[in-house]
Design a protein around this ligand. Structure first.
Ligand code: GLN
Length: 557
């Protein structure tokens, strides 16, 4: 641990979903804008070792890092808001902490002592926090859950102890609470905040700064009242006002004096913040000239948290194209030959995201067919690429009932399959798989290199030949069919360095049709939108404009 590293612990009270992840990410963004280096870590109280096996309905998106960790979606916010590179040490769960303590106990490392929550679990938590502290000025640690939960107690106890260990001037506690406006009373209420802080103090943590989530700027009087009850100064009560665009949060916090306060309390000397890029981005984001509808054909249409990074990547890409991106979630189970036209008639572009399981797959294949035949820009991500290959096999190369062996293990043409053996660039080993392999740990996960072929949509987007993207899948393109496909116009535009794994496919004579085996959405940033998303939106906008001009022509003729 760098000896002068500072630590900020972010806790949340009253209720969940107040935006602790965004608040932590925004604090990171503000500190970076003042020239500091930061990293952000999430401590999650649940018992799963990682969210990799959790149902997206319950947990939202699984965010994949370069090192191949399957992590909480808040890590996506951290990477989008800051330049911190996050990995396996940036997300610890109760399960992961207990797992390592129990492993040590089994090995006899506690020398016969009784293993207890305090000190063994709390020591392990503190050790995990220190793991990310090397080489950064500030570590921001977000504690999942809400104050008052039984599950989060060991984490809170560990961060309580942390202040004494690391020194009072090096640790800051920031608490996010709710200050609701009550319509019938005609005023905002501070009681939930008072209670939440009381609860926090009862376990020995006195917050230094309060972030008050609310729908309006808090008056001086309200701030004074909160300050009095919660034992902070008035300027330590910050309005965390609801915003239209999440990228406004750092700007609002800055206006409220949050970053000034943080550096003052932590005794850090920094330059003045440079927030011009953020301001510029938000300005453009909020006033686009055009708009485009993108149909997202998936399974979790009622829970868009499952596609968090995807949604953000699409929004980012609106900015360089000067357009608002409207997301239309389409339940793939509702798609059949007859409903396609009606469902997609207003879509500028069609996107099939990643997914697992056979539910709704046929609808996704139909969506691809519709996009290919009607020359609507198509973007297939992971499963979205696989269904594009299946559709091509079935309808262009006449391979009846072609499928992925994930969905039909007896498919006559298993165009997507479990590759038995391949060279893995990440581990530099030969990997082997078959149907009996474990589900866990057998996915191709994390960053892999990819070589791009010239004069393709992919090359036009990236502008370079060698890229790295993040993966999370088990099945692969089956090379046995490569030649047949290529003869009929499928372009293999991206491959692994030795050419063995197909990473990107496209089709010719189409405005924009691309499927990639990786998940580009994880690497899109507000100020640096992902090139594939940017070009997909560009093509979709062009298509949408053509559609409207056709409509105008036909109505005036
Ligand atoms: N289910 C597919 C596979 O495992 C695709 C996974 C994904 O879309 N992330 O290969």
């Amino acid at each position: 641990m760098a000896y002068n590293t500072k630590f900020i612990f972010v806790t949340g009270g009253v209720l969940s979903s107040l935006g602790k992840g965004l608040a932590s990410a925004s604090i990171g963004a503000l500190l970076e804008s003042r020239g500091l280096t930061v990293t952000i870590q999430k401590l999650d109280p649940y018992i799963n070792v990682d969210p990799g096996t959790m149902n997206p309905f319950q947990h939202g998106e699984v965010f994949v890092t370069d090192d191949g960790s399957e992590t909480d979606l808040d890590l996506g916010h951290y990477e989008r808001f800051t330049s911190a590179k996050v990995g396996q040490d940036n997300n610890f769960t109760t399960g992961k902490i207990y797992h390592s303590v129990i492993t040590k106990e089994r090995k006899g490392e506690y020398l016969g002592g009784t293993v207890q929550v305090i000190p063994h679990i709390t020591d392990e938590i503190k050790k995990s926090i220190k793991l990310v502290a090397d080489g950064v000025d500030v570590v921001i640690v977000e504690i999942g859950g809400t104050i008052g939960d039984i599950e989060s107690l060991p984490f809170l106890e560990a961060i309580r102890q942390f202040r004494t260990d690391a020194g009072k001037d090096n640790v800051l506690y920031i608490h996010l609470t709710l200050v609701p406006y009550i319509e019938t009373a005609g005023e905002v209420k501070t009681k939930p905040t008072q209670h939440s802080v009381k609860e926090l103090r009862s376990i020995g943590i006195q917050p230094d700064i309060l972030l008050c989530r609310t729908d309006r700027y808090l008056s001086k009087e309200i701030k004074s009242k909160i300050a009095l009850f919660c034992d902070v100064r008035v300027d330590e009560v910050i309005t965390a006002k609801d915003v239209e665009c999440i990228y406004e949060v750092p700007l609002i916090f800055h206006k409220e004096g949050l970053d000034d306060k943080i550096v003052e309390l932590l005794h850090i000397w920094t330059r003045a913040p440079r927030l011009e890029e953020w301001e510029e981005f938000v300005k453009k984001y909020k006033a686009p000239k055009n708009s485009v509808n993108i149909a997202i054909v998936g399974k979790y249409v009622n829970l868009t948290e499952s596609y968090k990074s995807l949604n953000e990547a699409l929004y980012h890409s609106g900015v360089p194209n000067d357009c608002k991106v409207n997301l239309i979630f389409v339940d793939s189970e509702k798609i059949d030959e007859t409903s396609c036209e009606e469902i997609f008639k207003e879509a500028g572009g069609i996107l099939v995201p990643g997914g697992f399981g056979s539910r709704g797959v046929e609808g996704k294949i139909l969506a691809v067919k519709y996009a290919r035949e009607n020359k609507i820009p198509y973007f297939g991500i992971c499963l979205g690429m696989q269904v594009a290959v299946i559709e091509f096999a079935r309808n262009v190369t006449n391979m009846k009932n072609a499928h992925s062996s994930e969905f039909d293990c007896d498919a006559p043409y298993p165009v997507i399959y479990l590759m038995k053996e391949w060279y893995d660039d990440k581990t530099e080993t030969i990997q082997k798989r078959d149907i009996t392999s474990d589900k866990g740990g057998t996915m191709r996960l994390g960053a892999y290199p990819c070589h791009i072929i010239n004069e393709t949509f992919a090359y036009k987007a990236y502008g370079i030949s060698d890229i790295s993207e993040r993966h999370r899948h088990r099945y692969e393109f089956n090379n046995e069919y490569k030649e047949k496909f290529e003869k009929k116009g499928l372009v293999i535009s991206g491959v692994s360095p030795n050419g063995e794994l197909v990473e990107i496919v496209e089709i010719k004579n189409h405005p924009w049709f691309l499927g990639c085996q990786f998940h580009p959405e994880f690497k899109s940033r507000p100020m640096n939108p992902h090139p594939l998303f940017r070009d997909f939106i560009k093509a979709s906008l062009k298509n949408a404009k053509n559609q409207t001009s056709d409509l105008v022509k036909s109505s005036s003729s």
